[in-house]
Design a protein around this ligand. Structure first.
Ligand SMILES: Cc1cc2nc3c(=O)[nH]c(=O)nc-3n(C[C@H](O)[C@H](O)[C@H](O)COP(=O)(O)O)c2cc1C
Length: 219
């Protein structure tokens, strides 16, 4: 028997498997931050690996999109926070066009959350606090300050990381210039609950004149 083609292999993979949680959009809270927090805690409690990993999508000044995985740093009534280098591609995109989209997916619950909104940098003190809360290796890497630039000399990177670690040793309060905590203030948030029988539920929140409006969307 010949081995399956990639198309066959992909078609045979299961999605939305297992026991899925219910979702009653009629009982959803008025504020999407509350529902997001509830779903995130559910994913954490259920042991979803890296439930705080999400895709951050940005666009540059010409509208060219880019997406990459990031770690969610916090959720508060002000918004959803992430941290990165202001000189990276995403940092440059945000400087040109201060809007982004976040996408979360928790497979064990067949839940997707999509959030769009305006992005603004936190204060330098908050960015420094985020930086200093990172482990030494992550700080050493970030101190290089080269994120998203071409790397032409691998040994040079190793030497630079060693140098960074030594600098942190000498001064544990060292903060990478450009390390920035960003806040995304949601203007729209969609909660998607998958269903084995494909009766997926989509609840969309839109900020209208400062208040949240809810609507269902066709799946
Ligand atoms: C699971 C995961 C989490 C990540 N978390 C971060 C993060 O919190 N901050 C960050 O700058 N890069 C993070 N990265 C690396 C980014 O995906 C990306 O490679 C880097 O930020 C450069 O992106 P850019 O060139 O689009 O700016 C993470 C990667 C993965 C796979």
């Amino acid at each position: 028997m010949s081995s399956p083609t990639m198309r066959e292999l992909l078609r045979g993979l299961e999605v939305f498997a297992g026991e899925l949680p219910g979702f009653d959009p009629g009982a959803a809270p008025d504020d999407p931050v509350d529902l997001f927090t509830d779903w995130l805690l559910h994913a954490i409690g259920a042991g979803v690996p890296e439930p705080h990993a999400m895709t951050l999508s940005t666009a540059d000044g010409d509208g060219e999109p880019s997406a990459r995985m990031l770690i969610l740093k916090d959720v508060s009534p002000r918004g959803l926070q992430f941290a990165s280098h202001s000189g990276s591609r995403k940092g440059r995109d945000i400087a040109q066009h201060p809007y982004a989209a976040m996408t979360f997916y928790w497979p064990a619950q067949a839940r997707q959350v999509r959030v769009r909104g305006r992005v603004s940098p936190a204060s330098p003190a908050d960015s420094a606090a985020d930086f200093l809360a990172r482990g030494a290796a992550a700080r050493a890497e970030a101190l290089l300050g080269q994120q998203s630039r071409p790397l032409t000399d691998l040994p040079a990177r190793e030497a630079a990381v060693k140098e960074s670690l030594a600098a942190i040793d000498r001064d544990p309060g060292l903060v990478a210039p450009g390390w920035t905590l960003y806040n995304l203030r949601a203007e729209q948030a969609e909660f998607w609950q998958g269903d084995r029988d494909r009766n997926h539920t989509r609840l969309n929140y839109r900020r209208v004149d400062g208040a949240w409006e809810k609507e269902l969307l066709w799946p």
